[in-house]
Write a protein that binds this ligand. Sequence first.
Ligand code: SAM
Ligand code: SF4
Length: 458
Amino acid sequence: MSESARTAADALRALLAEFPHTPRALVQSFGCQLNFCDGEKYKGILCSLGYTLTDEPEKADVILFNACAVRAHAESRVIGRLGALKPLKERNPRLVIGLCGCMAEEDEVRALLRKSYPHVSLVLGAGAMEQLPQALLSAYQGQKHTETGLRFAGLPDESLPTVRDGVFQASVPVMYGCNNFCTYCIVPYVRGRERSRTPEAIEREVRELVQSGCREILLLGQNVNSYGRGTDCKISFPALLRRLDAIDGDYFIRFMSSHPKDADRELIDTMLSSRHIEHHLHLPVQSGSDAVLKAMNRHYTAQKYLELIDYARSKSEDFAFSSDLIVGFPTETDADFQQTLDLIRYVGYDNLYTFIYSPRSGTPAAEMEQVSTEAEISERMRILLETQRGITARCNQKFIGRETVMLAEKYDEEKGLLVGRTRACRNVAVTGDASAVGQFVRVRITGAKSWALTGETV
Ligand code: SAM
Ligand code: SF4
């Protein structure tokens, strides 16, 4: 932590000590896993300053929305929720309401807050968590509106405290930012260029998690396959995986996201020969049409993408894939969409995350002419979801009768089901009891639904 951040933190602690009660903070994260991971750091910083955490806005002295800029719809919901906090601020003028995360990096969002949301007094850039104490101090000292740490391009301070949301599952960022500039995506503009944490820092964090009993560690980055590029450490992502896999213990390692232009056979080989890495790759394809992929600036063809799928399946026929898909990219025609359907049928994904294209101001795609109507795009989405449901149900059939291990994630009391995922990240729901949550459980698969494999504990 910098000297100025330390000084601000000390001044803030002294100020909070004067509060008539223990100050309470609410941090709400929206969007991708990386945002939730950042949210854990905001919570850690606030607790280190003397706040306790609350889920109730009415009881909070600080409310921090940590929000995502990727899609417009999600953003409008956050704006709506910020608006709904106005009466709380009127009742309690000392309440500090702030926006952080990549949504806070958008010029248009900040202009809107300045103009129409004066009760939102604190705006903190996505990569400037350690400046939170200064921003809060300014707000308490009467500053009506502060915008701190925008366009910050460094790495978060390794010594920042974290309050983890999960007990047996944890996320560990390996890198921040993105260099890829897919034409639809706002991330490179709001998260800056790629920068990687050192392998030593990542290994230390993973080792501590394993020693504290964590059962699944999710490594995060916008394109983990370019981990280490342009840094002094000269280590590739498969090499990082091998280093982490050498840590002894009973745990799974998962990672996301991989960019198909950079994921390669070495990655698959590393996963399959590992002790802990899941046999599942989240490999966002976005579209099955080469013309659309080109307009998206994705730097691969459907054929090249499928070569890696075929390679993985030739090594292990149960290797699982999931993907992100965008429906209604401006240039996408019905013929392009048919190619996407062909691709998803060929791959047989276990899971698909589907998004209707959302134009983001400042990205090249936002300037492209939309060739489809809204009705055509929703119909494509309907067909896509229905097709994928059929695919998952069919692919799941082959597991009936097999035994496998799952990490039990939660217990559904109403249905009496223990719900979890296998090492290939396949969803499983089995009869069992709540005491197994957080443990690896041996299960026998007796049924296959479109949402999960079903069965019993062995
Ligand atoms: N870096 C990751 C990658 O390339 O796979 C994904 C990051 S992005 C936060 C997650 C997903 O959001 C993308 O894979 C894409 O499918 C979707 N996405 C990004 N921008 C979008 C947009 N403008 N409209 C709709 N979906 C979008
Ligand atoms: Fe966005 Fe593309 Fe970067 Fe993923 S790789 S964050 S989709 S620009």
